[in-house]
Design a binder for this molecule. Structure first.
Ligand SMILES: [Mn+2]
Length: 363
C-alpha cells in the first residue's frame, strides 16, 4: 500500500505531546482532523496518546472511516461521546490531556463532567504548528489550487467591461471554479468596483462596472481540501493618473517583499519590506492590514506577516503577499499572490499578469 501523508503527521504530533509532557491530546477542530486523517465529516473526536490513537465517531461515518483510516483505532460512539473519551483515557491510564484552544465551552464542560479526575489543559497550536510547514502532498494540492486561480482569471476577463454587475462576475467565478475541478471557493469572492474597492473585505453587491472604474477581485479556490488566494486590480478602459500612481506603488511594494522574503526573515520584517515603500510614497496610513498570511487547509492560518510578529520564515511555508492602498470613499488597490518559501527565497504560485499594462483592460 502506498504510504499516506498521515502517519508522519501523527508521529510528529506524538513527539510534540511527549515534549509537552502530555499523556494525550483531544482533537475536535475540523481542519486539524483533516490534516491528521483526511476525514471531512462533521463529527469526530480524535484522542491521541504517545503510542495509541483513537478515532471516535458515530454511526453516520463509521463505515467510511473503517475503510480508509490507517493508524487509528476506530471507536463507534452511540451517545455521550465525552464519556467514551473518558473511558478510553481511564483504560490507557492517561491523565494529563491537552485540548485545542478552539474547543467550545460546552464540549469542555461535558468532558470535565465525564470524568473529574482528568487533568484537562489547553495546549494551543500544537497541530497548527505542524501545519505551517507544508509537505509534498500539500504543496501539490496548493499548486493545483493556485493554477486554478489563474485559469479562472483568464476565463472571466471578457466579463470585465461596462455594464457587468459585481454579482455576475462573482457567480461566473464560482461556476468556473467548479468547472475547472475545484471543490468550491476558498472564501466568498470579493468583487469590489469603483468606490467599493476602498473596503478591503467588501461584500460583493449589485453595482455595475463603468468606464474608468477600477475593480479589485479577490478570489480563492479550494481543491483537495487546500486553499489558494489571489487578488488583482483592473482598470476598465483606462486609469487616471492617481489610479496609476497608486497601482504602481502597490506593485513595487509587493515586488520588494517578494524579492526580500527568504528563510530566516521574520514575519514583521517581511511586512516592513512592503510597508516602508508605501510609507515613503506617502500612503502609509492607507495600508491598514498586514502584508499577508499563511494559507493551507484554512484560508487564514499561521504565519501572519504583520508588524509585531517575530516568527521566522522557513522553507515550506505557504504565504500570501498582499499589500494594498485604500483611500476611503474613493478607491482601493490590492495585489496579492500566493508564494511558497524555498531554500533561497520564495516561489510565486499564482501567475496571472499584474504589470500595469496588463491591468488596464481595453473595452
Ligand atoms: Mn489573502
Amino acid at each position: 500500500m502506498a504510504e499516506t501523508p498521515y502517519e508522519p503527521r501523527l508521529k510528529a504530533l506524538q513527539h510534540a505531546l511527549t515534549r509537552k509532557n502530555l499523556d494525550a491530546y483531544i482533537v475536535l477542530d475540523r481542519s486539524n482532523t483533516f490534516y491528521l486523517t483526511g476525514f471531512t465529516g462533521t463529527f469526530s473526536i480524535l484522542l491521541i496518546g504517545n503510542r495509541a490513537a483513537y478515532f471516535i465517531t458515530d454511526f453516520r461515518y463509521i463505515e467510511r472511516v473503517r475503510a480508509h483510516l490507517a493508524g487509528f483505532t476506530i471507536v463507534l460512539s452511540k451517545r455521550n461521546h465525552e464519556r467514551t473519551v473518558a473511558r478510553i483515557a481511564r483504560r490507557k491510564s492517561w491523565k494529563r490531556i491537552g485540548f485545542e484552544e478552539t474547543i467550545t465551552y460546552g464540549d469542555l464542560e461535558r468532558l470535565r463532567n465525564a470524568d473529574r479526575r482528568l487533568q484537562l489543559q489547553c495546549a494551543r497550536g500544537m497541530i497548527e504548528a505542524l501545519r505551517i510547514k507544508k509537505d509534498q502532498a500539500e504543496l501539490l494540492s496548493i499548486r493545483k489550487a493556485a493554477a486554478t486561480c489563474d485559469a479562472v482569471f483568464a476565463r472571466i476577463r471578457p466579463l470585465l467591461r461596462p455594464g457587468t454587475a459585481e454579482k455576475q462576475i462573482e457567480r461566473k467565478i464560482r461556476t468556473t471554479i467548479e468547472r475547472l475541478g475545484g471543490q468550491s471557493e476558498a472564501f466568498p469572492t470579493i468583487v469590489a468596483s469603483g468606490p467599493n474597492s476602498s473596503m478591503p473585505h467588501y461584500e460583493t453587491g449589485s453595482r455595475t462596472l463603468q468606464k474608468g472604474d477600477l475593480v479589485t477581485i479577490d478570489l480563492g479556490v479550494r481543491l483537495d481540501g487546500y486553499c489558494s488566494d489571489i487578488t488583482r486590480t483592473f482598470f476598465i478602459g483606462s486609469a487616471s493618473r492617481e489610479q496609476r500612481r497608486i497601482y504602481e506603488v502597490v506593485l513595487e511594494a509587493q515586488k520588494r517583499a517578494l524579492e526580500g522574503i527568504k528563510p530566516g526573515v521574520a514575519a514583521t520584517q517581511a511586512d516592513r519590506l512592503a510597508r516602508s515603500f508605501i510609507v515613503q510614497s506617502g500612503y502609509g496610513k492607507f495600508f491598514g492590514h498586514g502584508l499577508g498570511h499563511g494559507v493551507g487547509i484554512d484560508i487564514h492560518e499561521p504565519p501572519y506577516l504583520r508588524q509585531e510578529d517575530k516568527t521566522l520564515l522557513y522553507p515550506g511555508m505557504v504565504i500570501t503577499i498582499e499589500p494594498g492602498i485604500y483611500i476611503p470613499g474613493k478607491m482601493g488597490v490590492r495585489i496579492e499572490d500566493l508564494a511558497v518559501v524555498t531554500d533561497i527565497g520564495c516561489e510565486v504560485l499564482t501567475l496571472t499578469p499584474k504589470d500595469f499594462s496588463a491591468a488596464v483592460l481595453r473595452i
